[in-house]
Structures are given as structure tokens and as C-alpha cells.
Design a protein around this ligand. Structure first.
Ligand code: ADP
Length: 481
């Protein structure tokens, strides 16, 4: 399925070999076997890519939205038609169950569809003037060259969610995917090539994150950085963007609380909490990290949840029926162990799991784990988990639980489960999060704004808001008469 070496980067409409002896190995996280190696592009290559994007900008931005739309739509069609093969590549490099991999590719294609439609709708404004001799216009214009840095947990959809709106708006792009999952990125760029994307509009550089990132930061021509990843790297990019006052769109870490009220539909809520926590093996920035269950239903809820969790099948993402794949790497595995040690040391009870999975695969697998007797000072209640452990805490009072839910520096997603509409609205308004799911744990869709507040970042992805990130509102003030 893969060649031994794929040391290519895409600059100015051409695939170029970067063969300086180095390369970045890509592993299958289920087996820890090397799949291939990709190019180790550094600052020089990134600068070349930025120049190509800069050169392509006038031509691309001057096309009509309709013209850009056609290419995005074609890319959407090609990606949708090829979803199975692309899903297999994604699962090979990332580990998630194939069904989720194919599902992600289809979702990723959907961003291209949405932004192919949105490309024609970059509306401006005609402002009624308070002065008779003036006319006032607001013209939306593309920001310029965009640097897009994406993570490994959604190797496909994090790319289209960024480059879809950037391209629709008329920006050109230099893309740097995560070193763990560059193969999906290469495929997406090939799709755009087949869709007829003009030279230089999309450029792809794989390799050392710091070198590529710094080349983007140092360049005056990169006007906006769109980044999904850890809060620590987000803060670094923010600091270093000060020199050229770059625009930033940051989707950073999260620590999502799920609050199950006494009036929830318990069967439905357990299934949704399970889906929210264990999708992608807990390696999702909007995964439930903390679970608060009302004390009057806690025993029943925990028993039902534990029963459902115990049914989850672990293994290779390619095996039929598997719902939990491997963790991405050793570092992730160490974090699970440290969270568990810390929680048990502080009095947590292991109701289910609590150990590595002893399967026949070399990757880092961990049993889905349910913990009770949780205290607020445990690491797992404060640090982003990115693992298949769910801590269950009880509560008695709505005000108190919402305060607890908000007591974090993160503010990406929160979930509530209730059948009471008044409570749903009240709680949604009080939660200090960019996204609130009410009896819903899948809020990431092409048509709606996704993004965090506080240290979970700024800016929105999805919907018309997502395209506005890539547009400058130019004010034209016209004296007449
Ligand atoms: P995670 O912990 O999820 O891997 P990171 O923030 O480390 O999150 O990585 C997200 C993306 O940011 C990846 O593409 C990674 O290579 C990139 N990255 C990491 N460090 C830097 C950096 N200093 N500058 C630019 N990009 C970086």
C-alpha cells in the first residue's frame, strides 16, 4: 500500500523530492511498524513554499468566488468518491477504527462542500452614512498567505476545516501536517491537484515542526496562522506572532465536562457519554474529560455506563467490530499511566479497566477505564486527558456543578444531559465554553462555528464564521458631490 519512502513536498504545483538523506519515519500506531518515511523539509523549503503561495495569491484572490467554488466542489467530489481508500490510509497512520477513519474522511469532504458553497457568499456591507456627502462601503478581502498547522488526531478533517475556508476566501496556503500523520495530508493535496488547483495556491511541507513553524513566524508574507494543537504550542505561536502582528486562529486544548442531571434520559445519556469519551480512544479535544452525575442517579448511571464500556472491543482499527484503537505513541501511554497512578493514589476506585490491554499487537493499547471516588485535585480532573479513562464524580446542586464545570482555564466544549428545556437553556448560558452540547456530543459540523474561549483558543472554524477568519473587512469611505 505504501512505498518505502515518500520524501516529497508540494511547492508551486510540483511534487519535489527532498532527498538529503534525512526523512521522518511514519509508524502504524497499532503495530509500531514503520509505514514509510516522508520528507524532512526545513526552513529553506518552507520559505520556498511561502514564496510560491505569495506569488499565487493575486491570481487566486482575483478569481470570482464562483470560480474558486468549482475547484473546491471538484475536490469534495474526488474526496468523497475515494473515502474508503483515504480512510484506510488514515487508519493506518492514526490507528482509529476504520469506520471512524472513513467517517472522518467523509466529514472532511463535507467541509469542502460547505466552503465551495460559501465561496460565493463573502458579503460586504453598505453603511448608511450620517453625512450626506459620504458613502461608506465595507469590502471583505482575503487576508493573504495562510500558514496552516494541523494535529494528528484528525489527520483529514482538521486540514479541510482550515484550508476549505481559507481557499474559499481567496487566500493561498502553506500546510504543515503533524509528523505522525502526513500521509492523509499528501492525499488531500493530490486531490486538489486533480481538481485543477492553480500552481502555488496550496503548498505542503512536512518535517521538523519547529523549523517549519519558525519559518512561517519569521515571514512577513504569512499574514495568518491557523493552528490546531496544544495550548503550549498555541501560546508560543501567539508570542512569536507579535513581531509581524500576524492574525491567529487557534483551536487549542480542552477539558470538557459532561453534566448528567437527575432529569436526563439515562439510557440515552450513557450512550452519548460513552461516544463522547471513547471516540478516537479519547484523543479528541472535545472528548468528555470529566463526568458529573447527579447523586440521585449516580449508582444506576455508573452501572449502566460501565456495562456499556465493558462491551467496547479493543484492537487494530482494521479488525471488524473494533471500537478502540491504539494510543498514538509512547508519550500518550505514559500520560495514561501517570493519570491513573495519581488518581488511585488520591483515593479513586477503579470500577473497570485500569491497565494496559494485553493483546497481540505491539502498539500502546489501554483498557477503557471507569473511575469513581474522584476528587477535584486529581490530574485527570485538570489536565487534558487524551486517553480512555473516564472519572465519574457526583453532585447535588445545579449551581455548584456549573461552577465546577467552569473551574478550568480551558473553554472548548461542555455537555449537559437533561430533558428539562428550562434547565438546558439556563445551563447553556452559564457554561463558559465556546461549544455546549445539550443531549448531543457531536457538535463538529461544517455549517456551525467550532472554537474555544479562555485558553482553548480564539477564532471559529465551520459555518460562515469560519470563512470570516480569512477575510479582512476593508472600509472604503467615499466623499461625493
Ligand atoms: P499534540 O500534543 O496534539 O501533538 P502539538 O501542539 O504538539 O499537539 O502539535 C500540533 C501541531 O503543531 C503538529 O503539527 C505539530 O508538529 C505542530 N507543532 C509542534 N510544535 C510546534 C512549533 N514549535 N511550531 C510550529 N508547529 C509546532
Amino acid at each position: 500500500m505504501f512505498e518505502k519512502s515518500t520524501k516529497i513536498i508540494f511547492i508551486d504545483g510540483k511534487w519535489k523530492e527532498v532527498d538529503d538523506g534525512k526523512g521522518v519515519a511514519v509508524y502504524n500506531p497499532a503495530t509500531l511498524e514503520p509505514i514509510t518515511e516522508v520528507a524532512d523539509g526545513g526552513s529553506r523549503v518552507t520559505e520556498e513554499a511561502i514564496q510560491a503561495a505569495s506569488k499565487a495569491f493575486p491570481g487566486w484572490s482575483e478569481l470570482t468566488g464562483r470560480e474558486r467554488s468549482r475547484i473546491l466542489y471538484k475536490a469534495y467530489e474526488l474526496m468523497s468518491e475515494d473515502a474508503e481508500r483515504l480512510g484506510e490510509i488514515l487508519t493506518t497512520e492514526q490507528g482509529k477504527p476504520l469506520k471512524e477513519g472513513i467517517g472522518e474522511v467523509k466529514g472532511a469532504a463535507n467541509f469542502l462542500l460547505w466552503y465551495s458553497e460559501e465561496a460565493s457568499r463573502g458579503y460586504g456591507e453598505w453603511i448608511p452614512s450620517s453625512i450626506k456627502s459620504k458613502r461608506m462601503l465595507v469590502i471583505p478581502q482575503p487576508v493573504g498567505v495562510v500558514g496552516a498547522i494541523t494535529p494528528w488526531n484528525f489527520p483529514s478533517s482538521m486540514i479541510t476545516r482550515k484550508i476549505g475556508p481559507a481557499l474559499a476566501a481567496g487566500c493561498t496556503v502553506v500546510l504543515k501536517p503533524a509528523p505522525e500523520t502526513p500521509l492523509s495530508a499528501i492525499e488531500i493535496v493530490k486531490i486538489f491537484e486533480r481538481a485543477g488547483m492553480p500552481e502555488g495556491v496550496i503548498n505542503l511541507v512536512t518535517g521538523d515542526a519547529q523549523e517549519i513553524g519558525n519559518a512561517m513566524l519569521k515571514s512577513k508574507e504569512v499574514r495568518l496562522l491557523t493552528f490546531t494543537g496544544s495550548t503550549a504550542v498555541g501560546k508560543y505561536l501567539m508570542q512569536e506572532s507579535a513581531e509581524h502582528v500576524k492574525k491567529l486562529s487557534l483551536e487549542l486544548g480542552g477539558h470538557a465536562p459532561s453534566v448528567v442531571f437527575e432529569d436526563a434520559d439515562i439510557d440515552k445519556a450513557t450512550s452519548l457519554v460513552l461516544a463522547s469519551k471513547f471516540r478516537n480512544n479519547g484523543q479528541t479535544c472535545i472528548c468528555t474529560n470529566r463526568l458529573y452525575v447527579h447523586e440521585s442517579i449516580a449508582d444506576q448511571f455508573t452501572a449502566m455506563l460501565t456495562e456499556k464500556v465493558s462491551q467496547l472491543k479493543i484492537g487494530s482499527g482494521f479488525e471488524e467490530g473494533v471500537e478502540l484503537g491504539p494510543l498514538i505513541n509512547e508519550q500518550a501511554s505514559e500520560k495514561v499511566h501517570s493519570h491513573l497512578r495519581d488518581a488511585v493514589g488520591k483515593g479513586a476506585q477503579v470500577v473497570l479497566g485500569g491497565a494496559e490491554w494485553e493483546g497481540n499487537l505491539e502498539g500502546y493499547f489501554y483498557k477503557p477505564t471507569v473511575l469513581t471516588d474522584i476528587s477535584d485535585d486529581m490530574l485527570i480532573m485538570n489536565e487534558e486527558t487524551f486517553d480512555p479513562i473516564i472519572p465519574v464524580q457526583t453532585f447535588s446542586d445545579e449551581t455548584e456543578v456549573l461552577q465546577k464545570a467552569n473551574d478550568t482555564d480551558y473553554g472548548l466544549a461542555a455537555y449537559i444531559f437533561t430533558e428539562n428545556t428550562n434547565r438546558a437553556i439556563r445551563a447553556s448560558e452559564k457554561l463558559e465554553y465556546g461549544i455546549v452540547g445539550v443531549n448531543d456530543v457531536f457538535p463538529a459540523v461544517a455549517e456551525a462555528p467550532f472554537g474555544g474561549i479562555k485558553q482553548s483558543g480564539n477564532g471559529k472554524e465551520g459555518g460562515h464564521y469560519g470563512m470570516e477568519e480569512f477575510l479582512e473587512m476593508k472600509f472604503v469611505s467615499i466623499g461625493i458631490g
